[in-house]
Design a protein around this ligand. Sequence first.
Ligand SMILES: NC(=O)c1ccc[n+]([C@@H]2O[C@H](COP(=O)([O-])OP(=O)(O)OC[C@H]3O[C@@H](n4cnc5c(N)ncnc54)[C@H](O)[C@@H]3O)[C@@H](O)[C@H]2O)c1
Length: 405
Amino acid sequence: MLKALLLENVHPLSVEILAANGVEVVTRSGALDEQELIEALKGVHLLGIRSKTQVTAKVLESAKDLVAIGAFCIGTNQIDLKSAALQGVAVFNAPFSNTRSVVELAIGEIISLTRRLTERDKALHNGIWDKTAEGSHEVRGKTLGIIGYGNIGTQLSVLAENLGMSVVFYDTAEKLALGNAQRLTSMDELLKVSDIVTIHVDGRPGNAGLFGESEFSKMKPGAIFLNLSRGFVMDNSALRSAILSGHISGAAVDVFPVEPKKRGDQFESELRGLPNVILTPHVGGSTLEAQESIGEFVANKMKDYIRTGTTTLSVNLPNLALESTTGITRIAFLHRNTPGVLAAVNNTLAAFGTNIEGQLLATRGEIGYVVTDTDSSVDIEALEALKSMDQYIRIRVMPPAAPKN
Ligand SMILES: NC(=O)c1ccc[n+]([C@@H]2O[C@H](COP(=O)([O-])OP(=O)(O)OC[C@H]3O[C@@H](n4cnc5c(N)ncnc54)[C@H](O)[C@@H]3O)[C@@H](O)[C@H]2O)c1
């Protein structure tokens, strides 16, 4: 029976999904340090973590039974992905499960800032009846400029149009414009026409310092600015100056170049205390719905991998989308990607009289993944012969034991 160890309070839905697929699941609320993890992984096939557990090369080398790791979060920096691949351990994460939450926060902030809600709210809490239309606008008819038209940017585009906004976007990649959104060919063009500018680019190193004094100066006077992407893409001092000069009439920032490590820690930033500026502690994707959605997504990826060998969206193995294994025996062979492996696998299988029904190969850098379906059972000696190949990393034969119910 396969065993899973789920750490860091991953959503209970993931336990349900794995258990329903015949996996024995053990959960622990906290993270484990390196030595504790090495001990805990003995006899464990599936590991579930969030951002705090570090899965180092040393952990992976000692975790001989480990087949897959689920990162129940977006980032995978906490896992040595290369070592995992070389040990034949698939890593999955949840790249889009919290994107809707980010979009909803952005929409809420766009309306809050255009109505100067933070100021009205603060005044009233201080006992001042500040009833005025000064500086307050509807979002209907305003132009929203989206920089980075990916998972988040595109969803925001659709919702913003439904609020009656005009959407323009700029993306370095070719992107299909949804609805009536208009693609612009430069960021400058976008800054010139947008009443609200929102950044949703990814965290590639080249995006460091993407938005600074020069970009703020190109925005329309009185425009609004949002950054819910990565802290290092914008210059906080430049935003502070733009707000204090009145050139930018409001801003919402969810991500910072340096963020405190844990809840309750002190937060320092030049953006604190500015008028009509909403600061949130990197909670764009932090909703209970997103947690559930992450739990479901990652657990299903792990389940599919153990049942069918599917590696779709794995962050470290070649991606192969595979059908279910009903009526066939599947041999999934992870290997070092060198010329001639496929021929060698097939020669070995032929030598043991294995009839190949179907076969797929994918490679990713140093790693190759060949999946062979056969209508017969597989000779144990054929598997031993495959294991003795120089390029061998791991072999799995599916289907695994049938589910309990
Ligand atoms: N605040 C939060 O809690 C939170 C939660 C989830 C994601 N995020 C962040 O939001 C950002 C967007 O996430 P996503 O899932 O939409 O990413 P994505 O990869 O789907 O989309 C990013 C888009 O930005 C484009 N891009 C990259 N560099 C660009 C540039 N310099 N100019 C214009 N376009 C550029 C890419 O081509 C891509 O289309 C990421 O940085 C992610 O880390 C934040």
